[in-house]
Design a protein around this ligand. Structure first.
Ligand code: FES
Ligand SMILES: [Fe+2]
Length: 447
């Protein structure tokens, strides 16, 4: 395996082992609550969900519920979703648009900037409530590339310095130009870090995801390690795994990529290793017609799959045409459970008529056209919430790759909790897992 590691951070000199306690212990979980979840920028949701004044959504993290709102002042601002009278949770619907927020208990009412505006029978309080002291408690909020981040710390560093060079590296993708097409949450019976670990190495891919050998080359990946526990991996795409005999004909996955770009798979018989470059060139050719802004990207970015894990729990897997946000969130009380979100974004062509035939007779691009649009307006998909056994039974689908990961993770947790297992044992191919846990240790031990 060729492992190219760039030196955004000085690398750990050795791979160490760490105890399983971090996956099962309540005290470790409590320590994380204080030193990880309340002290880092967390990807709370999508800016497109709070586009206009009064739009809001809720973000559940551990024991807290955060209300993210587009205020009257035009900014996006998060608040603790807590009424300042006797602590009732103020907003109860997952997302929507409001002109004010009225508590269901005694009808205290706040405006969309968080100010307390109405207190029924205000004269019955011993002291006049001072509305300005009883506003919703604000939370540090920042947006980047179409994502809303929040930070529960008192005085956090800026999101920009938290992300460091990642902000620049991912800037060309312009996730804010992508459209939300699916929003899923699955209940998993594993610690949230078991999910991050799973998306922190490609060592398992040949075995758990055999279909990947028909679309990517995991043996020529580029790994990146960053300050603050972030990591990245860049995987050559539109190709096949060199660990297996190269097929004579394009694989089914390569064929559909070629067809979607108006190329004929038959032209690549005996030339399967040339497809990656052909895809890169063809995207530059069709760019003008589709308005995909491919000029922003390097040749490699046009064909390859990048995955960047933003500490602690936002895993972005993306190409110029799509992005998955994979986000495990800790259970409020049980270290052996978590919620796992998969939010799918797609970049559709800017063309006014995305279905027009721009590639010549009989060669319509199918990759980039826009489904599911009624009367020119696309409805936001509902969040689909389900249990992992519904994925295993086939009732729910998160795509083959994620289905395979989800099906495995409960077994990992059960094994870790067993008396027959003491500590994790990592290889160099799992250096991103190590880097993540090194950072967990640095904040847990030195808060
Ligand atoms: S708790 Fe909200 S008005 Fe009483
Ligand atoms: Fe996987």
């Amino acid at each position: 395996m060729t492992l190219k590691v760039t030196d955004y951070k000085q690398l750990p000199t050795t791979i160490s082992n760490y105890s399983k306690e971090r996956y099962i212990s309540k005290s470790f979980m409590d320590n994380e609550w204080h030193n990880i979840w309340q002290d880092n920028w967390l990807l709370a949701g999508l800016a497109c969900d709070v586009k206009t004044s009064g739009d809001y959504f809720l973000f559940n993290i551990g024991t807290e519920q955060v209300l993210v709102c587009h205020t009257d002042k035009g900014s996006i601002q998060a608040f603790y979703n807590v009424c300042q009278h006797r602590g009732n949770q103020l907003v109860t619907t997952q997302r929507g648009n409001a002109t004010s927020f009225r508590c269901a208990y005694h009808a205290w009412t706040y405006d969309i900037d968080g100010n307390l505006k109405t207190v029924p029978s205000a004269d019955r309080f011993g002291l006049d409530p001072k509305c300005e002291d009883l506003a919703l408690r604000p939370i540090h909020t920042a947006c980047w590339n179409g994502f809303v981040f929040i930070n529960l710390a008192q005085q956090p560093d800026s999101l920009e310095s938290y992300l460091g060079p990642i902000a620049g590296l991912l800037e060309p993708y312009h996730f804010e130009e992508m459209t939300l097409v699916a929003d899923q949450t699955v209940h998993l019976e594993c610690n949230w870090k078991a999910v991050v670990d799973n998306f922190g190495e490609l060592y398992h891919v040949d075995f758990l995801h055999p279909q990947h050998k028909r679309m990517v080359d995991c043996s020529n990946d580029t790994v990146r390690l960053f300050n603050n526990g972030h990591t990245g991996v860049e995987v050559p795409g539109a190709t096949v795994s060199p660990r297996y005999p190269v097929p004579d004909n394009p694989t089914d996955i390569q064929s559909s990529q070629l067809i979607s770009l108006g190329l004929d798979p038959d032209d690549f018989k005996g030339r399967v290793l040339e497809i990656r470059e052909a895809v890169q060139k063809q995207k530059r050719l069709v760019n003008a017609g589709l308005g995909m802004n491919y000029h922003r990207f390097s040749d490699e970015q046009l064909s390859d799959v990048w995955q960047y894990n933003l500490f602690p729990n936002a895993i972005l897997s993306f190409t110029p045409e799509h992005c998955w946000i994979l986000r495990p969130r800790p259970h409020p009380t049980d270290p052996q459970r978590c919620e796992f979100d998969k939010i799918s974004l797609v970049k559709f062509a800017d063309s006014t008529d995305p279905d027009k035939d721009i590639l010549g007779p009989g060669k319509t691009s199918t990759l980039l056209t826009s489904p599911g649009k009624a009367n020119g307006k696309r409805n936001r998909p509902e969040t689909d919430v389900f249990n992992y056994d519904q994925v295993i039974s086939g009732e729910k689908d998160m795509t083959d790759t994620i289905n395979q990961d989800v099906a495995l993770l409960a077994g990992v947790q059960r094994g870790m909790a067993s008396k027959g297992f003491d500590k994790v044992f990592l290889s160099e191919d799992e250096i991103r897992v190590q880097h993540f846990h090194d950072h967990v240790d640095s904040v847990i031990n030195h808060p």
